[in-house]
Design a protein around this ligand. Sequence first.
Ligand code: ATP
Length: 255
Amino acid sequence: MPNQLIHLQHVYYQYEQTEALKDITLTIDEGDFLAIIGPNGSGKSTLLKIMLGLLKPTKGEVLLFGKPAPLFKERELIGYVSQKSNAFNTGFPATVEEVVKSGLTKKVGLFHAYPKNVQSKVKDALTSVGMEMFAQKNIGDLSGGQQQRVFIARALISNPKILILDEPTVGVDSENVRSFYHMLSHLNREHQITIVLVTHDVDAVSKSISHVACLNQTIHFHGFQNEMNSMSDEQLEAWYGHSVRKVNHQNEVQL
Ligand SMILES: Nc1ncnc2c1ncn2[C@@H]1O[C@H](COP(=O)(O)OP(=O)(O)OP(=O)(O)O)[C@@H](O)[C@H]1O
């Protein structure tokens, strides 16, 4: 039986005025590469925050690595790259190496010494995202896509088992989006890192992912990427909330 890293059971989340999530039951197994897709305001970021244990569900249960979320303490097992990472102050005078090293802070604490092998950890993290040549560059001198890779390296330095990314390709130009997803696919397949991401790039991401979840308050579909092609137009419209056009490219679905 696959190892369940995250399990949500009948989860609801209510902001003051808005019911953001309704009856979500979802399991993420070790090795999955899951894309969560859905229209604006459909609850994607809220769902990620629930998975991270940052928001407590109004109703329902969240298990992280088999433990109820409030009892889960091994935070370094879950790497997170937020939407805000790419709104980084590009004038900030930090090298790529320093940014990646700062990912260890939650493990060593602010005033503790870094481990002796910190340089090799930085190098390994940068190599895994194809950015080892940029270690001494100022982060502000990199493109949006290169910065995102550095933030992923920062999340990877504490050896997480799962990486959670909220719209990681915002600020990545369209030519580089596919190679960005290819890099994530490499992390998933070669480094055995489970990946969950929120994205609007249904077409570009489809070659890399194993699973897809279609969200609009509740989960309208969760399954293998190629099974999404079997969703009827009625199901797609119920999910998306308005008329959509499906274009099949062998195993791809474009909306
Ligand atoms: N802090 C908050 N307080 C009140 N309502 C909120 C808050 N955050 C989100 N919401 C509402 O909850 C719903 C889900 O928001 P969420 O940000 O999770 O959606 P999303 O799918 O990530 O949206 P987008 O694609 O636009 O980023 C929306 O109706 C939003 O207005």
